[in-house]
Design a protein around this ligand. Sequence first.
Ligand SMILES: [Zn+2]
Length: 250
Amino acid sequence: MVPIPTPGLPYVGLLTDHEWSLVILLFGPPGSGKGTQGRMIIEWLQPQIPSISTGEILRAEIAAGTPLGLETKSIIASGGLVGDEIINRIVRHRISQPDCARGFMLDGYPRTLGQAEFLDEELAAKGMSEPVVVHLDVPAEVLISRIICRRQCRDCGAMFNILSRRPHIRGRCDECSGILIVRYDDREEVIRERLRAYEAQTQPVLAHYYNGFYCHIPGDRSPVYIFEAITHFLEPFAIAHAGGGKVSGS
Ligand SMILES: [Zn+2]
């Protein structure tokens, strides 16, 4: 675990005399609040950078019926996993767009060591800065207790939570009076398996970044505390980013 740096101090030497582009990689298991934190980071940064989700791009390609979308659809339909080659191709294309020239945030990528190495090469080829890694770490028990409290309406799909968003009548949807059920994906054994798979897949990718700009954030705190910890870590990079790559010495 790398301690959170004091803003403006440890990285100054590394950041000076160097066009700084802000590449943020956001890691966190399902249910960690990563989506919310990602949106807050983007709003906090000036100038803003695009947030890129490879999952969203794939879904959009499939919906639009592009050649890539059709290829992906047939892989998924046959029970296969979308391989590094396709995902890397998507990322290369997306980060070559003009809005990514000064940086971007990636959510859900890289997922494998191969993807991480590909990203290293792409960033080096573009003369972009080393990525800054934010790792939201939430104990499995906390994630499980959050997720098993979710209930979904069988009829209209509305989401409830027996801890934080209780229906007015127990077991019934506020919108349509439909019966509330626990989604298959929200069952404890399914979540445990998903978290195990996530852990096994993500650990080697995170290890790839331990010697870089890596920050471990305990994610079992309030969203405000987590955001505070993230921005504390990101601050020197955000300053460099805002200043067009120049950081005044300390
Ligand atoms: Zn309903």
